[in-house]
Design a protein around this ligand. Structure first.
Ligand code: ZN
Length: 303
């Protein structure tokens, strides 16, 4: 029998053990040295599995070209999660006004203007524009770790406003892309199970916004476009997704004009490990002191 842990009590335990550091905003916190050490070791374990795949490594900043964001159609589906960057571009008078209002605790958002960037809403979005054109035979495979922003403030520590995703993106013909996705689904499950986590995969859907959203979610699930690997962190009944597999079919290929070597519109798929969530699943399952974890688990994380 497992009893459900409230988000708040798990958060408090993580703070108590100096694994995370409160910063005052729900869904945001600092990471302590032990937390980061486990995260780095898990990252290295993923790298070991992927080492013979020949992926191109890329690193992007946590911001995205606003034009790319607009083209991606993210706002059609998830307006509630987006974070757009605004800044001040006014006159001296407006600056004085801004200072006064901030000091007096009055609203000041109308004194800011939209910039050319948004916070990255998904780890893989920056990569697709770099694929534009005809890909080499066999397509492309990219390996990244990016910070992602989602506007969903919550006291529940696994629901973060900013988190890291170790993400792989595959672009190519449908059979290549689907076979790759299926291989990683197996790899992901066996890696997490080797860490003593009771992981399983389920067909899933994204949190589409609004009345139309339910239909989009149902169709996504029906077409098996999204899978998640889930692990109980706060409860058995509502396990947490620690790894997400998305098959976009021709969505990005069409938007960013990506073609396979034989001239077809390229298909894409991505998979991402939610790094902080994996780390939290380990602390929840094995306790808050890594030195006391089972030796088999410590061995997988030895690096
Ligand atoms: Zn992705």
């Amino acid at each position: 029998m497992h009893s459900a842990t409230t988000g708040q009590s798990f958060y408090d335990r993580l703070v108590e053990h100096k694994l995370i550091i409160p910063v005052g905003v729900p869904g945001a916190f600092g990471r302590g040295a032990v937390f980061e050490d486990v995260l780095r070791r898990f990252d290295a374990a993923v790298s070991r599995i992927a080492k013979d795949d020949g992926a191109e490594q890329m690193l992007f900043p946590p911001i995205l070209d606003r034009k790319v964001f607009e083209k991606s159609e993210f706002l059609d589906s998830f307006p509630q999660l987006a974070g757009s960057v605004f800044s001040f571009a006014g006159t001296d008078e407006q600056h004085a006004e801004l200072r006064d209002r901030v000091r007096e605790g009055r609203p000041w958002s109308d004194l800011q203007a939209m910039t050319g960037v948004v916070l990255s809403p998904a780890a893989c979005y920056p990569v697709y524009p770099s694929f534009t054109g005809t890909m080499p035979e066999g397509g492309r495979l990219v390996d990244m770790q990016n910070w992602v922003f989602r506007h969903e403030p919550s006291p529940e520590p696994t629901r973060m406003q900013a988190f890291r995703v170790r993400e792989f993106v595959r672009a190519g013909t449908p059979d290549v892309v689907v076979r790759w996705r299926d291989t990683w689904l197996e790899r992901g499950l066996s890696l997490l199970r080797s860490l003593g986590l009771p992981a399983r995969s389920v067909a899933a859907s994204d949190p589409f916004f609004g009345r139309g959203g339910r239909m989009l979610a149902a169709s996504q699930r029906e077409q098996e476009l999204k899978f998640e690997v889930i692990v109980p962190i706060l409860s058995e009944e509502a396990p947490t997704a620690v790894c997400s597999f998305n098959y976009h079919r021709e969505h990005f290929g069409k938007i960013f004009d990506i073609h396979t070597s034989d001239g077809e519109v390229a298909q894409t798929a991505c998979l991402g490990f939610g790094m902080e969530r994996v780390v939290m699943a380990l602390f929840k399952t094995h306790g808050f002191v890594p030195a006391e974890w089972p030796s088999a688990v410590r061995e997988v994380l030895a690096s």
